[in-house]
Structure formats: structure tokens, C-alpha cells
Design a protein around this ligand. Structure first.
Ligand SMILES: Cc1cc2nc3c(=O)[nH]c(=O)nc-3n(C[C@H](O)[C@H](O)[C@H](O)COP(=O)(O)OP(=O)(O)OC[C@H]3O[C@@H](n4cnc5c(N)ncnc54)[C@H](O)[C@@H]3O)c2cc1C
Length: 339
């Protein structure tokens, strides 16, 4: 039986979290003769490596010493965004008079805020749970894992033999981490491990977001990076204040800036500063991943009014630069003929 973990406070939500992320009384399975892949560490990177590999038909063992879900579920992404939501609600309530709403004195009940953090964490935990991964065919071992040879790892007194291993034991504070890289890098590791791939993490398009208010989201190259790599770019920009929905929402602070490779509409990078920039950067990231140029985004039909329309504003700024004086004269002549 695996070692039990204690979480404080001992409330219903932490109990539910443990039931998923480190079930008390969990029985480690009988190890297979040899695994195609042993994954050490059950955080985002380890879970993604395990689930992708087992989906490909590999025999997989996953080893986690503490809570499945790692930092992201238990102390990082999920708790911090849940906490930020409460902070935002308090800030919105305080700013409500600017929108013509009198909400009265705002009081933050920190105990209730933290209980909600634990509830949300516990509600999401089944997705990363030992039961779910076991059900998908992954052999889940709870306990401290230790390599004892080039093809052997020991956990809870059992020895797991393997052909390949992924070490996904997380990091310590060091150079700035790139959020989202863990998940993306895990898929790359599996692809390289099983399909003789040689792709590097540097080849991936990885958007990131800083969850301030307004949020700052970015994808691809910044102007400074483009300059350092001697990549010539043109930059197109639109302020959020020009967007009808942003004005209605009272979110006029921000902008979208898109860099294209000089002389083309190929998107090299983009920065969005907006209240929900993490959501709003998605169309640009998709366009980059799909090789869709900025010029084509001008034809997008979007619901009105939405903040995503800012993408069309920037695309429009690009297409206007394509209109040479000659093309403009031809266009005017065509319009006259059509009257
Ligand atoms: C406050 C905060 C907020 C964050 N917000 C975001 C965000 O909004 N978006 C985002 O994308 N990222 C965010 N991150 C970063 C994100 O949490 C990490 O990128 C991610 O958790 C890394 O996953 P990982 O699997 O590499 O490592 P980890 O999550 O650290 O997982 C490693 C796992 O390995 C286990 N382990 C280690 N050694 C052993 C061993 N010997 N045997 C068995 N198990 C072992 C550990 O117990 C742990 O569970 C945030 C981080 C923090 C701290």
C-alpha cells in the first residue's frame, strides 16, 4: 500500500482532492515485466506524457510521490487563477460606481475565498486522478521513485523495468519559466521518443500570458527578438480604446500589436494587452499554427461587438498598406463602374 498524505485543513475539499490526487490506501499495481515508458513525476508534463503514450498503445507506468496534478493543479495555475477571480470580483465591486452601480462597502471574506480555491481544486482533480489514469491503462505507482539502473526504477519496494523513461519531476525557481511549455514539451518528448522525431521545443509556437489586470499575452517573436535574430518585420497595432465592446465594458486600457515578416503577411509574433488577453491571443496563435497570414484575417466574420474584432482592426491596418496608389485608382474606377 502507498504512503498516506496529509493535507491541511482537513476539510471535505482537501479530502476530495486526496481521493483523486493521492488516494489513501492506494494499492500500487503488480509491475509489468517491462514498460515501454516509465514516467517519473505526475505533474502536467508527466500526466500528458503518460496519457499520450498509452493512447498510442504503449505500456506505461506513472510514478508520483505527492499529489497527481503537480504544481499546476495543487499550488500553481488552478489555485492562483481561482484566487485572482475573487480579487477581480472585489475590484469590480469597488469600481462598480463608475458603471452607475452602487454596490456598497466591499468586504473580502478570505476564509471563504480560500475554501473556494480548495473546492475548485478538488472539482478539477478527478481529471488528473489516479483512478482516471488507471482506467485509461496507465499503471499508477504512488511513492518516491529512484533510478537504480539505466533501465530500472524503484518505487515502494517494487522495481519497474523500462525501455524509455521521461523525467518530469518539475523545476525549482531559476530562469523565468515559460507557462504552457510543460504541456507542449511533454507531447514533443513522446513524439520524439516513439517516432524517431527530432523536433525541438524552440520549434513550437507557445503563447504565454501574465495574469495581471489588464492581462499581457504574447505569442511568437517580440520586436526585440526579431531584431536580435536579424528578422525584418513590419508592425501593425490597434488600441483597445477603438474597440466598441471594450468601451462598453469599460476595458479601454490595452492594445493589440502584430509583427509580420517584412514584405509578407506571415505573422512573426503578437502581443495583446487586454483584460482577457489570455483568451484573446488564441486567434493569432491559431493563425500562426495554421500558417494563415494577417491579410486573410481581415475577412473574418465575427460577432459584433466583441473585443476579438481588434484582430480585424489590425488586419485592416495591414491590408491598407497593400493598397498601392495604382491599385487604389483601379479600385475607385471599378466602384464607379459598378454604380
Ligand atoms: C503560482 C504559480 C502559478 C502558475 N500559473 C500558471 C499558469 O497560469 N499557466 C501555466 O501554464 N503555468 C503556470 N504555472 C507553472 C506550472 O505550474 C508549471 O509549469 C507546471 O506545473 C510544470 O509541470 P511539471 O509536470 O513539469 O512539474 P510539476 O508540476 O512540478 O510536477 C512534478 C511532479 O513530480 C513529482 N516528483 C518529483 N520528484 C519525484 C520522485 N523522485 N518520485 C516521484 N515523484 C516525483 C512531484 O511531486 C510533482 O508532482 C504556475 C506556477 C506557479 C508556482
Amino acid at each position: 500500500m502507498s504512503e498516506a498524505l496529509e493535507l491541511t485543513p482537513r476539510d471535505a475539499w482537501n479530502h476530495a482532492l486526496l481521493e483523486s490526487a493521492h488516494p489513501p490506501g492506494w494499492q500500487n499495481p503488480q509491475p509489468a515485466a517491462r514498460y515501454d515508458l516509465v514516467v517519473l513525476g505526475g505533474g502536467t508534463a508527466g500526466l500528458v506524457s503518460a496519457i499520450v503514450s498509452v493512447g498510442l498503445g504503449a505500456r506505461v507506468a506513472l510514478v508520483e510521490q505527492a499529489l497527481l496534478g503537480g504544481d499546476c493543479l495543487n499550488t500553481g495555475c488552478v489555485p492562483s487563477k481561482t484566487l485572482i477571480r475573487s480579487a477581480r470580483a472585489a475590484a469590480d465591486a469597488r469600481a462598480a460606481t463608475q458603471l452607475g452601480v452602487r454596490a456598497g462597502a466591499v468586504e473580502v471574506d478570505f476564509v471563504a475565498v480560500m475554501e473556494r480555491v480548495r473546492r475548485v481544486r478538488a472539482e478539477i482533480a478527478p481529471h488528473d486522478s489516479a483512478q482516471r489514469f488507471a482506467g485509461l491503462g496507465v499503471d499508477v505507482f504512488l511513492g518516491h521513485g529512484r533510478f537504480t539502473g539505466p533501465d530500472a526504477l524503484e518505487v515502494g519496494g517494487a522495481t519497474l523495468r523500462f525501455k524509455r523513461a521521461v523525467i518530469a519531476t518539475g523545476g525549482r525557481p531559476a530562469p523565468p519559466p515559460i507557462p504552457g511549455l510543460a504541456d507542449a514539451a511533454a507531447k514533443l518528448v513522446v513524439r520524439n521518443a516513439f517516432f524517431f522525431g527530432r523536433r525541438r521545443a524552440a520549434d513550437l509556437i507557445i503563447p504565454w500570458c501574465t495574469y495581471t489586470d489588464p492581462e499581457v499575452a504574447h505569442v511568437g517573436l517580440s520586436a526585440r527578438e526579431a531584431e536580435a535574430r536579424r528578422i525584418a518585420i513590419d508592425t501593425f497595432q490597434a488600441p483597445l480604446a477603438a474597440n466598441d465592446r471594450a468601451r462598453a465594458d469599460g476595458d479601454g486600457e490595452g492594445f493589440l500589436k502584430v509583427h509580420v515578416k517584412k514584405g509578407s503577411d506571415r505573422i512573426a509574433g503578437a502581443t495583446l494587452v487586454a483584460r482577457h488577453a489570455g483568451e484573446g491571443i488564441a486567434p493569432i496563435a491559431m493563425a500562426m499554427a495554421g500558417g494563415i497570414g494577417l491579410g486573410r484575417l481581415v475577412d473574418l466574420i465575427l460577432p459584433y461587438p466583441t473585443q476579438t474584432e481588434l484582430v480585424k482592426n489590425v488586419a485592416g491596418a495591414y491590408t491598407r498598406t497593400r493598397l498601392t496608389p495604382f491599385a487604389a485608382r483601379v479600385l475607385r474606377a471599378l466602384i464607379r463602374l459598378a454604380r
